[in-house]
Every structure is written in C-alpha cells, then in structure tokens.
Design a protein around this ligand. Structure first.
Ligand code: ADP
Ligand code: 5GP
Length: 209
C-alpha cells in the first residue's frame, strides 16, 4: 500500500466575514501545493488588490443567471446582496487531475452541498471525500475590530456583515469541524491538523485493494 490509495479530498470552509478564513486558507494553500482553490463566480465588485480569475471570476448578474440556468453551479447563493456560486467545472476538473479542492462558501452554500452529499449512498466516494469546516472569531467585538482593521469595507457594509455574522454563527453545529480563530498560530495548527487527518481516514481512501 502507498499514497496512491489517497484520493483527492474536497474541503468546504465557511466563516462569518472577517473571522480570518482568507488568512488561514491562503496559508494552507501555500503549505500544500496539491490543494487547489476553487475560484467562485461573484457579481460583487473586486476589492482593491483582488484579481479576476484568481480571487473570483467577477461576472455580471446576467452572466450569473445564465450559468444558473445552464446548471453550471454546484451550489449558489445570494450573500450580502451579491450572487456567489461554485462552478462544477472548478471542483470536478481539480478532482480529475488528482488535486484536493478548497472551496470558500457561505452557510447557505454549505447547507446545499451537505444535502446533496446526504442524498448519496453512504459509501459514495464523493461523500466520503467531503469535509466541511466552520471558522469563528473568539467574539463579536473581535470580529468588528478585524472588519474595521482590514479597511476594505465601508461602515454600512461592516454593519451588515456583523448582523449577518450573528445569524451565521448559529449554524456551527451543522459542520464536521469547528475552529475558533483567536490566536492565529493555534487556529492554523488546527486547520492543518484537520487537513492532514482527513488524508489518513481509511473511509476517504481508495478501498479497492
Ligand atoms: P475573512 O476572509 O474571514 O473575511 P480575513 O482573513 O480577511 O477574513 O481576516 C480579516 C482581518 O483579520 C484581516 O485584516 C486579517 O489580517 C485579520 N486576522 C485574521 N486572523 C487573525 C487573528 N487570529 N488575529 C488577529 N487578526 C487576524
Ligand atoms: P467576500 O465577498 O467577503 O469575498 O465573501 C462573502 C461571503 O461569500 C463569504 O461568506 C464567502 O464564504 C461567501 N462565498 C464566496 N464564494 C462563494 C460561493 O461560491 N458560494 C457561496 N455560497 N458562498 C460564497
């Protein structure tokens, strides 16, 4: 037996905006080159420094709606007044190339994917390869400070994101893993541990030995 029995895994990470998901995920992607980021489509405008095709595919609402019609999304949701969706082609393409996939999705998207997975047989390879992780800040006050400190959103956007965070946090029990991002090093160690341990799960491996 060798690592060829290791199958590509799919990780979905959700967090209230500002909890530190991008910071933690970027670090994981850097450490594990076989992990590919699934670039989502969104109708929101790019923030300073964001690159089309790398951070998101920034598309119009019309294009987004057309892709929904065509069944191009694995899941899609309206978040903070904009549309976001995960392209099937991003995830399936990466898995076909033997790469692990990291998806950044909100609570609604994670719920949609979970229910698709739950509709599959328990031993379906995709269901066995899927892991979801919820990242939370240590408190709402810390979340407010991080959103303000990031300096990328207007005050009213921050207020909306904080109100939404309260609702989103109620869903933590639906996820397989929870990470509290208080101390960044400890939170990263936890995320890394989940990623590594998932690869050692017998039920996520190719069982055809
Ligand atoms: P998200 O992707 O969840 O919206 P970010 O990764 O952009 O969040 O983080 C929001 C802000 O908080 C950034 O300025 C980031 O540098 C900072 N940050 C993230 N994690 C921590 C942490 N553990 N301690 C202090 N600041 C943090
Ligand atoms: P932001 O605009 O801050 O990049 O992301 C806002 C929210 O949209 C975050 O909660 C993020 O997880 C979520 N999001 C990003 N891409 C997708 C996606 O493809 N699908 C869903 N459902 N949510 C997404």
């Amino acid at each position: 037996m060798n690592t060829s029995n290791w199958k590509p895994l799919i990780f979905a990470v959700s967090a209230p905006s500002g909890a530190g998901k991008t910071t933690l995920c970027m670090r994981l992607l850097k450490e594990f080159p076989n992990l590919t980021y699934s670039v989502s489509c969104t109708t929101r405008h790019p923030r300073p420094g964001e690159v089309d095709g790398k951070d998101y595919h920034f598309i119009t609402q019309q294009d987004f709606d057309r892709r929904v019609e065509a069944g191009e999304f694995l899941e899609h949701a309206s978040v903070h007044g904009s549309s976001y969706g995960t392209l099937r082609s991003e995830v399936e393409g990466a898995v076909a190339r033997g790469r692990d996939v990291l998806m950044d999705i909100d609570v609604q998207g994670a719920t949609q994917i979970r229910s698709s997975m739950n509709a599959m047989d328990e031993d379906h390879h995709l269901r066995r390869s899927y892991f979801d992780i919820f990242i939370v800040p240590p408190s709402m006050e810390v979340l407010r400070m991080r959103l303000t400190g990031r300096g990328s959103d207007e005050d009213d956007v921050i207020r909306r994101r904080l109100a939404k965070a309260e609702d989103e946090m109620k869903h933590w029990k639906e996820y397989q893993y929870l990470i509290v991002n208080d101390d960044l090093e400890k939170a990263y160690d936890a995320l890394r541990a989940v990623f590594v341990a998932a690869h050692h799960r017998v039920d996520a491996m190719d069982q055809s030995l």
